[in-house]
Design a protein around this ligand. Structure first.
Ligand SMILES: *Cc1c(COP(=O)(O)O)cnc(C)c1O
Length: 404
């Protein structure tokens, strides 16, 4: 994204043109940014060529997943719906891993039928259930076991998953017991140790710590895992102050780990692939002045983008037209929904805004549209993919009739 003649563009398309032709609010993605992210990710870990399974939950648009698939990526899914979506996008089942603490019998049966690479189990009960279904189907099923390494990812508490108080994975002791259990099973083939310690991780140290813990456990149990699935969680920069994760240091730590434990590495990145590829283009409906601040009432709301309301997440906001002076008022960007948490940001010294102005809420490619809802019977936004000068509708705007 850049300003040309003070007007904001995504690739070679002005945001005014998008608003005029497709309306607002709109999710708008950049193909070239997506391509760059994937190529950079692969480059970072080139020396051990990992299997990269895109975390579908971060963005479930089938057309985006199709683009991602063209680069050879697999998928990490957490429900039958996501598995079906990944298959619909043409992803090879042998590149799909299934995570999650609550897979139902139906979901397990579906995953077995589709012959996916791994079901990453998260409890003894789940392994029993996989075995029961595999027996009925007379199949051998490849599984992973998710370890909870009790590592603080140093990220927002709402998106931390690798501490012992979190519901995810099993502790070291249970892990050892489950490995023994799987060895005796005729229908389960234990192929993978998986972990995922959280999301939006900006510091490489929690990853180093996690690898040390894995190393210790592996030394203890002496079992050869074909795969080590390190999950996702690589953080991106949402504003100019936080740095993104240092991939080089993470890469060094993994290479050190691999010297002692030879397995194929799997990653499950979501945010680091798709997060900075998308904006939410939205229009100022009203400006409501109060004594202390001005409310900038937008035509998008928490139903379109819930991250600020759910996690207190901060997304950069940019004006489409950059030529007025900065306002001395405090601006609070809010949606029209009847919830006090329906606000995106409170900013000082933003440039002066007028009603009907366009603005861009940035870095919403991950957990933006995929977490959207129809709250207040609001139709979901259109999704558009920009490639050079071309605009492609990759998901139609819902209309009210769809919702009745
Ligand atoms: C959410 C999730 C991911 C993706 O996390 P990102 O922070 O988007 O990279 C990967 N693996 C599992 C098991 C997850 O739950």
């Amino acid at each position: 994204m850049r300003y040309i003649n003070n007007k904001l563009r995504i690739e070679n398309v002005g945001l005014d043109k998008i608003a005029k032709n497709y309306g607002t609010p709109s999710y708008v993605y950049s193909y070239s940014q997506l391509k760059k992210n994937i190529i950079d990710f692969e480059k970072n870990f080139k020396s051990f060529s990992p299997l990269i399974c895109f975390a579908i939950k971060s963005n479930t648009n089938v057309n985006l997943i199709k683009e991602i698939k063209k680069f050879g990526l697999g998928a990490d899914v957490v429900s039958a719906g996501e598995l079906m979506m990944a298959l619909k996008a043409g992803i090879n089942p042998k590149k799909i891993v299934f995570s999650g603490v609550g897979k139902t019998s139906k979901e397990i049966a579906y995953a077995i039928e589709k012959k996916i690479l791994l079901i990453n189990a998260e409890s003894h009960s789940e392994i029993n259930e996989i075995e029961r279904i595999a027996k009925i189907k007379k199949k051998k099923v490849n599984i992973g076991i998710r370890l909870n390494p009790n590592t603080d990812a140093k990220t927002l508490s709402q998106i931390s998953t690798g501490k012992k108080e979190n519901k995810f994975g099993v502790n070291g002791k249970t892990f050892v017991e489950l490995v023994k259990f799987c060895k005796k099973s005729n229908n389960i083939v234990l192929k993978c140790l998986s972990v995922h310690i959280g999301s939006q991780i900006l510091d490489h140290k929690p990853y180093e710590k996690m690898l040390n813990i894995l190393s210790k456990i592996l030394n203890k149990i002496k079992y050869n895992f074909e795969y080590i699935d390190l999950g996702g969680g690589m953080g991106i920069s949402y504003n100019n102050s936080d740095n993104k994760l240092n991939f080089e240091k993470y890469n060094i730590a993994i290479k050190k780990f691999l010297k002692k434990h030879q397995s194929k590495i799997i990653f499950e990145p979501g945010r680091s692939i798709i997060g900075n590829t998308g904006i939410l283009l939205t229009k100022v409906v009203y400006i409501k002045n109060s004594e202390r601040k001005n409310f900038i009432v937008l035509d998008s709301a928490m139903n379109d983008l819930i991250r600020p309301a759910l996690y207190g997440a901060k997304h950069k906001i940019l004006p489409f037209l950059k030529k007025r002076k900065n306002s001395n008022k405090i601006y609070e960007f809010v949606g029209p929904i009847c919830e006090t948490t329906d606000k995106f940001s409170t900013l000082k010294k933003f440039q002066e805004l007028k009603e009907k102005d366009l603005i861009a809420i940035c870095d919403v490619g991950a957990y933006g549209m995929s977490l959207s809802s129809n709250y207040n019977v609001r139709p979901k936004a259109i999704e558009l993919l920009i490639k050079g000068t071309k605009i492609r509708v990759i998901r139609k705007r819902q209309n009210l009739k769809d919702l009745m």
